[in-house]
Design a protein around this ligand. Structure first.
Ligand SMILES: *Cc1c(COP(=O)(O)O)cnc(C)c1O
Length: 236
């Protein structure tokens, strides 16, 4: 058995245990395998293990992978999520290749994605990235900005707002992790009165998925625990 297959099974077991501990159904938490910087062969192993949803951070690398798998029997079965920072001049390839975008941090980006989404594609599912830690250096919207950006996106024909995402400041103790995730969960509950379709909370990574699941995560984004440590030496 490949180590990637073993790792995926381990992560699925951990998700199920975390869900059970807080009385949630394991099926309510989707595993997104974050394959950034990893080769096609690693994604092949994950697909062979039955996995179908992948997250990428870099536009060119992500597009190359989507294009590679479009020419395989898995093309229709795979779901591609863009989770990295977005420059406004790079929106077109994202609109043309991905199914989800987790990292919307301003209405302008959503507008461009909607305008550039090919008409033969389903609307793009988008999440608003929220800066739950309030650090000036981190990207993401403030809680106060959410209602107006969500209202703007509701008018755009080719994107559907599905929920919120965050990458909280690293915290090693469970209670601080839980507090950050709970603030995102509360923000989505508040938005749901005007946007009842919101159903997705993208939160939790390899180091903090248990707390994220306890706070209501519906997508955990897991890279290292599946594919091992990343090598950024060619990503200067
Ligand atoms: C890299 C990355 C992940 C995966 O992180 P791991 O700690 O390797 O699980 C998740 N979310 C985002 C936005 C990332 O950039």
């Amino acid at each position: 058995m490949s180590s990637i297959k073993q790792n995926i099974e381990q992560v699925i077991t951990q998700i199920a245990a975390a869900a059970e501990k807080c009385g949630r159904n394991a099926d309510s938490v989707q595993l997104l395998a974050v394959s950034k910087t990893k080769p096609i062969a690693a994604i092949d192993d994950a697909i062979a293990a039955g996995h179908r949803a992948f997250g990428e951070n870099y536009v060119q690398e992500g597009v190359e992978k989507v294009q590679h798998f479009r020419a395989t029997p898995y093309a229709e079965a795979l779901d591609w999520h863009f989770i990295g920072p977005i420059q406004s001049n790079k929106t077109r390839p994202i609109a043309e290749h991905f199914d989800w975008v987790h990292s919307i941090d301003r209405a302008k980006i959503a507008r461009r994605l909607s305008d550039q989404r090919p008409s033969e594609c389903r609307p793009l599912n988008v999440l608003l990235q929220v800066n739950t830690s309030g650090e000036a250096s981190k990207s993401g919207l403030t809680f106060d900005e959410l209602p107006s950006v969500a209202a703007d996106i509701a008018t755009m024909p080719n994107v559907v707002l599905r929920g919120l995402m965050s990458i909280p400041e690293k915290a090693h103790d469970y209670d601080s992790q839980l507090a950050a995730f709970q603030s995102l969960s509360d923000a989505m509950a508040a938005l749901q009165s005007d946007h009842p379709q919101l159903d997705t909370l993208s939160m939790g990574m390899s180091g903090d998925m248990d707390a994220a699941i306890a706070a209501g995560s519906t997508i955990v984004r897991i890279g290292t625990a599946i594919f091992g440590a990343r090598d950024y030496s060619n990503k200067a």
